[in-house]
Design a protein around this ligand. Sequence first.
Ligand code: NAD
Length: 497
Amino acid sequence: MRKISHWIGGKPSNGSSERTSTVYDPATGQPQAEVLLATPGDVEDAVATAGAAFESWSQSSLSARTKIMFAFRQLVVERMDELAEVISAEHGKVVSDARGEVQRGLEVVEFACGLPSLLKGEYSDQASTGVDVFSFREPLGVVAGITPFNFPIMVPMWMHPVAIACGNTFILKPSERDPSVSQLIAELYAEAGLPDGVFNVVNGDKDAVDALLDSRGVAAVSFVGSTPIARYIHERGTAQGKRVQALGGAKNHAIVMPDANVDFASDHLVAAAFGSAGERCMAISAAVAVGGVADELLAAVAEKARAIQVGPGRDAASEMGPVITAAARDRIVSLIGSGEQQGADVTVDGRGLVVPGHEEGFFVGPTVLDQVTTDMDAYREEIFGPVLSVLRTSSVDDAIDMINSNPYGNGTAIFTSSGEHARRFQRGVNVGMIGINVPIPVPMAYYSFGGWKDSLFGDKHVHGPEGVSFYTRAKVVTSRWPHVEAPSGASYAFPNA
Ligand code: NAD
């Protein structure tokens, strides 16, 4: 069985751990590799290595860092197909979607190539007589990223290019479900000329995460994953005095107004609900039909959901792959069942789907639940699978109230042809990322990505200007260069001229 190791100090490392976790091929349900699970001692080794590398990396010039980032970008472009295939083999998503994931990550690398323009400081000439004041930002030290299974390359790329371009050194603890692509990224950084120890990968589970949270050598932690773990990471990390940004789960609603184009809205709804088998933090899982549009919308969505080609991600004919594990499949199936028991209509039922030749694969077909209400478990839980719930309200204000009553606040969208409705929606919802006739409003890399409420713990969103702010801290210098012959003498009043 293939063994997946760590990457510490510019080379693969097996550390001292004897514990492993199985990596499956979700399309066949068969084990394909064992990933090593780091011990707290392995994590401390990585922290020490990254700490030593910080001494010189933080002193490297902006142009030296930029050159490496450009070289890394070029390698990611050249190896995009290979990266996408590695993702698909362990995650299960279709290869074209995996390529899209690499592309969105690449955009953050490109943002990091231009980072010197965001690290420019401020300068006040003659703030007081003979006194100038200026500010600049410095890196924090060793920073860690702890990431989920659903975007094994893109989510880490929200973090490490920005952190590294700012002058930090980085330890990635990727998901133990699909860890291989992180090794490949480490190799590409090395090939791009990144000094050893600046980018490290530690594979592991809770033991490794807790060691990172407790380590005195780690200055900041970026986390993306489910809400209970995000809350835990934020509490434990900040209790240790670290800077923490912890992005959590989601329940993303799309409002469809009676004035929307139903064909357009239903196309985008099925893509947003069932793309990547619904395993996206920005997937639309609740469609809120306003007024008389519900029946027409449901018919259109159901027809398109039934037409989706489900199969192995590596098969070019597949439009949707399996979910990540057998446990995830069973949980999704059980939440569909609970929706049915609690009164929802299962208009399209993906339970029991069998893909010929892949009978053991972790497949669930696209599922549409109608007549869902906000007290049902299928609505209250983040299902994180290919299930779209349809809810009904009588006005845009009721729909906005529904969204604001939900504990999550990651993304949301409205389909409408009315500027008035769109504007009322964008101003009224307590959600971080908003789409107007755009179902998955993921901000471009030069904006910042993040939700509100239980979808993010901490103050800063990832990448864009807030990412730069998260990975740096400000220094303000007040400076005076007096003439040697200038009169000296103590003044006990606060200077004011
Ligand atoms: P997860 O919370 O199970 O795991 C995320 C990371 O935390 C992994 O690296 C995992 O090893 C680690 N972890 C798991 N249990 C832990 C524990 N008890 N203590 C310490 N560390 C632990 O999430 P997942 O299943 O990998 O990913 C899916 C979740 O991520 C969904 O809830 C999804 O909404 C969320 N997500 C959110 C965003 C966002 O931007 N807000 C983006 C992607 C995914």
